[in-house]
Design a protein around this ligand. Structure first.
Ligand code: COI
Length: 370
């Protein structure tokens, strides 16, 4: 594979039938989340050769479209799959930037190790993002809270039904213009407590970003939606109902002394890039932040006594979304009329400001793409 000043060279076979300007603009006027995809996709393949040596090859950007897979491909049977989520932001001068991509590249490789997939050199990860966004730069929206959501993923493509790590793998990046994950304007969401289901267990894959974790969350998410909630909260039922995370995002608590806390990483919680950025931004604002065990009882009692003043969810897709109510058949914490808290809003604005270039990037978190 050719190395260039920017790392790996990607061959370009761009879409011959991109969306028209009118079609694209109609989509960008109301992108929603995850419904529309750009014209192209970036791909790198991996194969172990007859001598047992594995290598990444055939880096390319080509037209977005269906993937042709053998029906026996390992990913279709054993779920050997991992993914990431990050965004490309349009700045006021028209340039396009992404946020802490090295952290996503590192987490992808952590997930790869857990799922027995090959690690991807950072140059390929960054190169794929850079080349895809360069090809599809007109798709980066510029509205408030909008960005181009990038979804890197890795799948086991080898056609083989034995249960072992696949020797053929594909890494891909797709891109989707995104507004508010929960639709409409930012407002506090209601969360449903999952009593019956767990997202992850000790020694399992909870700390990896793999499709299986999300598949395991769906039945609980359905229960949440059937009860008028936007997300589900998973607890550690074997550890005093310690708060773990939501179906697709981490959780933060704001206390009346101005400090914040988020559940400590126990091996079953995803180490969110937004989670770690929120901790840093809050500390930069002079707030104390702790990573510790927070139980459902502390959440209930803290809200009742006024000790806990705000609760919010965070993730790349969700950015920072206030939580108004936590409930199930026996529990009701918070209020249907909750307003977005001041601390939640200040941290959200600071983080979005860094990402969109209106607040100084003192940590060197931004990488220019276009
Ligand atoms: C993200 O925030 O990027 C995620 O991966 C959550 C997603 C599953 C909606």
């Amino acid at each position: 594979m050719t190395q260039t000043a920017h790392g790996v060279e990607f061959n370009k076979h761009l879409s011959a039938t991109p969306k028209s300007v009118e079609e694209r603009e109609a989509i960008l006027a109301n992108p929603g989340f995850g419904d529309y995809f750009t014209d192209n996709t970036a791909i790198v393949d991996f194969k172990v050769d007859a001598d047992g040596n594995g290598g990444w090859h055939n880096a390319r950007v080509e037209a977005y479209g269906p993937i042709s897979l053998d029906p026996s491909a390992a990913v279709l049977h054993y779920g050997q799959e991992i993914f990431e989520g990050l965004k490309a932001y349009r700045h006021a001068d028209g340039s396009v930037w992404t946020f802490r991509p090295e952290a996503n590249a590192a987490r992808l490789n952590k997930s790869a190790r857990r799922l027995a997939l090959p690690e991807l050199p950072e140059d390929y990860f960054l190169g794929a993002i850079r080349e895809l966004v360069a090809a599809d730069q007109d798709w980066v929206p510029s509205g408030d809270g909008e960005a181009l959501y990038l979804r890197p993923f890795m799948i086991a493509t080898e056609a083989f039904l034995g249960v072992r790590a696949a020797r053929e793998v594909s890494f891909r990046v797709i891109a989707s213009p995104a507004g508010n994950y929960f639709g409409g304007e930012l407002k506090p969401v209601s969360i449903w407590i999952s009593r019956e289901y767990a997202r992850a267990g000790r020694g399992g894959t909870g700390a990896a970003k793999c499709g299986g974790n999300y598949a395991a969350s769906l039945i609980a998410q359905q229960e949440a939606e059937a009860n008028g909630c936007k997300q589900v909260l998973f607890l550690d039922h074997f550890n005093d109902d310690a708060v773990e995370e939501l179906g697709g995002m981490n959780v933060f608590f704001v206390f009346k002394d101005g400090s914040l806390a988020t559940p400590a990483l126990t091996g079953t919680i995803l180490e969110g890039v937004t989670r770690s950025s929120v901790m840093q931004v809050a500390r930069d604002m002079g707030r104390e932040v702790s990573e510790r065990k927070i139980t459902l009882a502390e959440w209930r009692d803290g809200v009742a006594s006024g000790e806990i003043t705000e609760v919010f969810a965070c993730g790349t897709a969700a950015v920072i979304t206030p939580i108004g109510v936590l409930k199930d058949e026996t529990e009701f914490i918070g209020s249907e009329d909750a307003k977005t808290g001041d601390v939640t809003m200040a941290i959200r604005e600071q983080l979005l400001g860094i990402q969109t270039g209106t607040v100084e990037d003192t940590h060197g978190w931004l990488t220019r793409l276009v």
